[in-house]
Design a protein around this ligand. Sequence first.
Ligand code: S3P
Length: 424
Amino acid sequence: MTNIKVSKNQNGLRGCVEIPADKSISHRAVMFSSLAKGKSLIKNFSSGADPHSTLEVFSRLGIRHEFLDEKTLEIFSDGKLQLPLQALDCGNSGTTMRLMTGILAGQNFDCTLIGDTSLSKRPMKRVIEPVSLMGGCVEAVDGHAPLKIFGRELNGIDYVSKIASAQVKSCVLLAGLFADGITSVTEPYVSRNHTELMLKYLGADLTVEGKKVSVKRSGLTAKEIDICGDISSAAFFIVAGLIVPNSDIILKNVGLNPTRTGILDVVRAMGGDIEILDARESAGEPVGDLRVKYSDLRACQICGEIIPRLIDELPVIAVLASQAAGQTVVKDAGDLRNKESDRISALVCELKKIGIDIEETSDGFIVNGKAKITGGAEVETYHDHRLAMSLYVAGLVAEKEILVKDFEWVDISFPEFLGLFASL
Ligand code: S3P
C-alpha cells in the first residue's frame, strides 16, 4: 500500500502537461472494436486499470488484440464472441460490468461477471431491469455482482430511465444491437454520449432525438479510433491551477464533448480564468487545449441538468469550492453515493479532517469557502481513485502536510497523475 505525503505548493504550478486518454472512450473503443468485423486500430489507449479490465474480458471472450506500443493496439475480430471458460473479471470497473451486461444478454451462451469488493457493492438492478424487459435473463445476488447472464433472444423496448446514467443508457443500446425491432432509451437529462458517437462512427443504425436515443440490430465496421484526453483527469489540474497561487498551466489534448464539460461551466460561473486554445475535432469528439491561471473565485450553485455533465468531477469541485468566497451548494447528485465509494459521505468525512468547512446532504454537499485548509492529518481513500486525487489537490493548498493513504488507487484511471504533477 502506498501512502503519500503532500505539502503546500509555495511557488505555483507552471508548465504544460499532455492529458492521458479518456477512460470512458477507451472502454468503448475496446468493446465496439471487439464487436466489429475486421482489424481495428486504437490509438492513445488509456493505461488505467479499468480499460485494461475491459480488454482482458474480451480476451476471455475470444477476441485477440496486439499492442504495437504502450498506447496503440490492434483488435482482430470476426464480430462474434466465444463462450468464456471462466468468470469475466471486471475488476473495479462499473462501466465494464454494466456495458458488458448489455452486450452479453443477447449472445448464444451463458457467462458470469464478477468484480472487486467495491464493484460488488454497487447497484446493478439499474441494468438488470431494462435487460429483463428486453427478454434477457440476469441473475444477481440481491441486485449485486456476481451477475450470471443467460444468453437469450432479445426484443427491442422503449425504455424511460429514471436516472441520467450513461452506463444504463449504453447497456440498453448495446443489448439493442442484438435485439429484434427498435430499442430506445430516454433519460431525464442527457448523460455522456460517447456510446452514441462511436456506434454511429462504426456504422450502427442509431438515431438521437433530444433525450431519446434509438438503435436497431446492427453490425459494426472495424475502423481507426484515436482517443482524446480525459476531461475527468484534466479536472484535477484545472482545480489545482485555479487554487494554487501564482499558477499558469496548459493542459493539452482535453476532450471537450459538451456532455462532459460541466466543470468548465462551473469554473466560469465561479470567475475562474480558463481559456480554450486550438479547439479541434478528433474521431468525432471535440478536443482542445486549456490554459488555466490562479483565480479569485466565488461560490456557485450546482444542480439539475449539469450534474451528469460533471458527475465524476464533484469530489474535486468540493476542493475548488473550499477556496471560493461564499457558500457552494451541490444538489441532485444522490447517485454519487453509488460510485467507487459513497462519494458524498467519504468526501465530506475526509475533507473535514483537513479543515474544510463542508456538510453532507442527502443528495450532495454544502461548502463554506475560504476557510483555511489546516491539513496536518492522515486521510483515507476508500478504494476510490477520484477521492485519492481530490485529496492530493487539497494538500497542495493545505497549511500543514497531509498524508493520503493507499494512493495506488489512482492507477484505476490515471497512473501518470503524480509524474505529471511533478513536472509542473
Ligand atoms: C461512465 C458513466 C458515469 C461515470 C463513470 C463512467 C461511463 O457513470 O460516473 O465514471 O463511462 O459511461 P453513470 O453513467 O452511472 O453516471
